[in-house]
Design a protein around this ligand. Structure first.
Ligand code: SF4
Ligand code: SF4
Length: 327
């Protein structure tokens, strides 16, 4: 009998590791359209897998929005998850949200909170509340040091102020105004157990800032783009990849977001997830871009999901998706 050495196991592709566990990564009928509206952002966080920032020029146009809306309207996809960059900085953001809500579909926005306090964006909080936009807000810690270290000086205070504004509008208490927070570790480690962390966040934010929210999502940092540069600069890249592999959890595969989500970029091209999108791993043969408006949903279900080393981030420990832990 030939026994695989640890080195051989460590070279196995994500796909091969799934096979070894008798698992297959198969699509389900899509429930969520996750639209990345572009790379323009008011922040430059070190964990950013999009390399977003204030100087980025890539943002979605009205023409692309209209083509996406036309495709979306007759589908049964019920949720549109807007991410970026900072979606609220897109000039046609309000048009986009109003159009999706007019279809009776839900809108989630991955909001960095600080945008609520930026000059020219004071309309954001009221707009979100008026349109029942579900907010998923980055908040990597309930104390200032970690937040400012990851996201920039002053970000903690600005985020607290934004959360208080959202609470005043009913977010976190009104069932129609969902407010979820996102934790990600500060550095090359896995998130702690999500339920315990949520309890800590709720206690600390209530006690110190009188802030309430609905759920906490604990998300694993993805070794893509700026976070990869950070890991390499600090000599942690190889160790982090190994940690992700060593923490493979077969029970997380069932809940991976690529199974029921269609990811779309600011040009309208489709991907298996936002991470594959940032790595330019197009669906299908991986080289040819496929626009959403050329996508047939039956065909989509037959297309294999493209995987790579980065996929071990989604299956490490309690698993990780845009909705937090998956197992
Ligand atoms: S992590 Fe989010 S808020 Fe931070 S730079 Fe990237 S897109 Fe902007
Ligand atoms: S990185 Fe994307 S394709 Fe890979 S497991 Fe995660 S969600 Fe799926």
């Amino acid at each position: 009998m030939i026994t695989e050495t640890k080195q051989q196991l460590d070279r196995k592709s994500f796909h091969a590791v799934l096979e070894q566990h008798g698992l297959r990564l198969e699509r389900q009928t899509p429930k969520i359209l996750q639209l990345n509206t572009g790379r323009l952002c008011n922040l430059t966080c070190i964990h950013c897998h999009v390399n977003a920032g204030p100087k980025r020029k890539e943002i979605i146009t009205r023409e692309t929005i209209d083509r996406i809306l036309d495709w979306l309207r007759p589908t049964d996809i019920d949720v549109v998850d807007l991410t970026g960059g900072t979606p609220e900085m897109v000039p046609d953001f309000r048009y986009l949200v109003e159009s999706i809500r007019a279809m009776g579909k839900r809108v989630m926005v991955r909001c960095n909170l600080t945008i609520l306090n930026e000059p020219g964006y004071t309309w954001v909080a009221d707009f979100h509340a008026a349109h029942g936009v579900e907010i998923v807000a980055s908040m990597p810690c309930y104390s200032p040091d970690n937040v400012n270290a990851q996201r920039g000086e002053g970000v903690f205070d600005s985020s607290i102020s934004a959360l208080q504004t959202l609470n005043q509008l009913g977010y976190g208490t009104d069932p129609a105004l969902q407010l979820d927070l996102v934790y990600n570790p500060n550095g090359a480690k896995l998130p702690p157990p999500q339920a315990e962390l949520e309890a800590d966040y709720k206690r600390e934010l209530k006690e110190h800032f009188d802030i309430v929210f609905n759920r906490l999502y604990a998300i694993t940092n993805m070794p893509v783009a700026r976070f990869t540069s950070y890991l390499k600069r600090n000599g942690h890249y190889a160790d982090y990849l190994q940690l992700l592999r060593d923490s493979f959890n077969p029970g997380s595969v069932e809940g991976l977001m690529c199974r029921d989500t269609i990811s779309v970029d600011w040009l309208g091209n489709v991907f298996d997830c936002d991470f594959n999108q940032q790595m330019a791993m197009h669906v299908g043969d991986g080289h040819q871009a496929l626009a959403l408006w050329d996508l047939d949903l039956d065909d989509w279900l037959r297309r294999p999901i493209r995987t790579g080393e980065h996929c071990f981030s989604c299956t490490a420990g309690q698993g990780s998706s845009c909705g937090g832990a998956v197992s």
